[in-house]
Design a binder for this molecule. Structure first.
Ligand code: GLN
Length: 483
């Protein structure tokens, strides 16, 4: 796959400040690539004129010798669940047809303040519910490495935009793996920060106690640079942490020997592709050979994480999505002279897609008086057990290493008729969201079917500095080049 000559922020900035490329040329490069890659269906909307205008403005400021922000001219795409003032926002759903954001997400405000250029909005599963991007009102996104396969989801467009070089970095959201899983399927880097590291203000809510904005990039330094800009407290989101944001770039330069753990229950799980299992075993051995320790540890709750995740997230979703009632915004039924309740029912039935309806129903069921304790309370208890156990392991080791997904990218349509099989494939990613810890997927390996698969790294809460440092080190050690 052709790649821009400037495939990292660093190389781009060197060229930009040496005068060998302008922001305008860089934006034109991506606009051309977007035009040539329409069949991938990664973008919902491209802000062509606006991006060029912003680029010209930045070029003029460089000419005038003005200092620019740390993401000057960096071309970014954002998932269609993140507010950008004055721009359309739909969560890839008919129910938000025609809706325009009245304000920008804090993450977006901070990118703009650092002089990044937002080039467009990216396709995804409706309301970020899905693992393949096949639940989008705009149709599926195709994996650029093999267009008969899905890019993963729910942030499929965000992953493909970076994979196919349609922007330099992109934003997604990760509630149960929606950044790490598509990054894994597409052969790029995907980071889900600690819950509360990046403000959720302006991120359309799916399951508020899980949701976190995440970052896609081709290398760790780029992801670190974007995190640096977006992380930190925000008066508009009380769940955004007050903790100080460390210098992630500085952390990248330190190497050492690490104490890694892997979860035996994950590595020897029946669902894991056998070739991938051997790939991980070889990889762990190579880490030991280069001076790290890698210890197998047990995690007996693994089979409970997917059920707990789907009970809790559908419960939260059923409440979060009640605001789409056809009155306040978005789609409204055209049927006249009907009762108010019928009006709500009609508008919602017409506006939401099949998977979103399934989850609203499931979530309403687990919250209903008769079943609340059996499902919702139980799932909360599982969440507590899982979190305590994971933290206990993370207290003893620098990081946990595990697969991101049990297989490589599915074929289009492969799992659409079997939602349970689709949910079960989230087994390795939902863990970090249940516990609120940071996790990253790095593209270290390739399967004999030609598709990439990554290693997921998990560290303690707010330890993104170490997470990125380990990721950087492993990519360098394995001499990984992203697609
Ligand atoms: N595949 C998971 C789900 O459908 C993850 C979604 C996400 O992280 N947004 O819930």
């Amino acid at each position: 796959m052709a790649s821009s000559e400037y495939s990292s922020i660093n190389t781009f900035h060197k060229a930009l400040y040496a005068g060998s490329i302008s922001c305008t040329e860089q934006v034109r490069y991506y606009l051309d690539r977007i035009a040539q890659s329409k069949q991938l269906n990664a973008f919902v909307e491209v802000f062509e004129e606006e991006a060029l205008e912003k680029a010209r403005e930045l070029d003029a400021r460089i000419q005038a010798g003005e200092p620019l922000g740390s993401l000057a001219g960096v071309v970014v795409g954002i998932k269609d669940v993140i507010c950008y003032k004055g721009h359309r926002l739909s969560a890839a759903s008919h129910i938000l047809e025609g809706f325009e954001s009245l304000y920008s997400a804090t993450a977006v405000e901070r990118l703009l303040a650092a002089d990044a250029i937002i080039i467009g909005t990216l396709n995804c599963d409706e309301f970020a519910m899905g693992s393949t991007n096949e639940n989008s009102a705009y149709g599926p996104v195709l994996n650029a490495l093999d267009t008969s396969r899905v890019p993963g989801g729910s942030s499929g467009g965000s992953a493909v935009a970076v994979q196919a070089d349609l922007c330099l970095v992109s934003l997604g959201s990760d509630t149960g793996g929606s950044v790490r899983q598509p990054a894994d399927f597409c052969g790029i880097v995907g980071l889900k920060p600690t819950y509360g590291r990046i403000s959720r203000y302006g991120l359309i809510a799916y399951a508020s106690s899980f949701d976190q904005i995440g970052i896609f990039g081709k290398n760790i330094a780029d992801v670190a640079a974007v995190l640096q800009v977006m992380a930190g407290p925000d008066e508009y989101d009380s769940t955004a942490s007050q903790k100080e944001v460390p210098d992630y770039q500085v952390a990248l330069s330190h190497n050492k020997s690490w104490k890694f753990a892997y979860l035996r229950d994950a590595l020897y799980h029946d669902g894991l592709d056998p070739e991938m299992k051997h790939g991980y075993i070889d990889f762990f051995e190579s880490l030991v050979a280069s001076g790290h320790t890698v210890t197998g540890t047990s995690f007996e709750y693994l089979d409970y994480v997917v059920p707990a995740y789907y009970v809790l997230t559908t419960a939260e979703a059923s409440s979060n999505l009640s605001r789409y009632d056809g009155v306040k915004y978005g789609h409204r039924t055209s049927e006249q002279n009907i009762e108010l309740t019928d009006f709500y029912k009609k508008s919602r039935s017409e506006g939401f897609g099949k998977e979103v309806k399934r989850r609203i129903l499931l979530g309403t069921f687990v919250l209903s008086a008769g079943y609340y304790d059996a499902y919702f309370t139980k799932a909360q208890q599982v969440r507590r057990l899982v979190t305590d156990k994971l933290n206990e392991i993370l207290d003893q080791y620098d990081a946990i290493l595990m697969p991101t997904v049990p297989s490589t990218a599915f074929k289009l349509g492969e799992k659409t008729d079997d939602p349970i099989a689709m949910y079960l494939a989230d087994i390795y990613t939902v863990l970090a969201n249940l516990a609120g810890v940071p996790a990253i997927s790095v593209p270290l390996h390739r399967h004999s079917n030609g598709m990439p698969y990554g290693v997921q790294i998990i560290t303690k809460k707010f330890d993104e500095a170490n997470l990125l440092r380990i990721a950087q080190h492993l990519m360098a050690e394995e001499q990984v080049a992203t697609v």
